[in-house]
Design a protein around this ligand. Structure first.
Ligand code: ZN
Length: 122
């Protein structure tokens, strides 16, 4: 399996992201378009920019049986139709991270299996 070290340049206030970059350095370089020093970075971090490993900046959303999405940051969201990708939700509106949709099929299969087992027990 390939390494999943992908860095993204993120601005939470602006809901922007660039990347992936292969290193943190490459990401900052892209933002500044020139050589930079730690003052440049500090200034931009204050403004909400950051460089993160992609896996660390996602907020997994899980749909429950009522069609309500539970976010990992502890909120709930209900769509009129479908889920986050269909509604072009890319960032979690609560914590600003990427939305990572958790598959529910496995869970549903498990539940129906349990139900079947219960039926047999009856
Ligand atoms: Zn979130």
């Amino acid at each position: 399996m390939e390494s999943e070290k992908e860095y993204s340049l993120i601005s939470v206030p602006q809901q922007r992201r660039c990347g992936p970059f292969e290193s943190e350095d490459a990401a900052w370089h892209y933002l500044f378009g020139r050589d930079y020093d730690e003052h440049d970075i500090a200034q931009h971090q204050e403004a909400g920019w950051s460089v993160e490993l992609r896996d660390e900046v996602s907020c997994p959303w899980t749909e429950d049986d009522d069609g309500v999405w539970n976010t990992q940051c502890g909120e709930m969201f209900e769509f009129t139709n479908d889920g986050p990708p269909e509604n072009r939700f890319e960032f979690c509106p609560y914590c600003g991270k990427y939305i990572k949709v958790r598959g529910t099929l496995g869970k549903l299969n498990e539940l129906s299996k349990q139900a079947q087992e219960l039926d047999i027990d009856y």
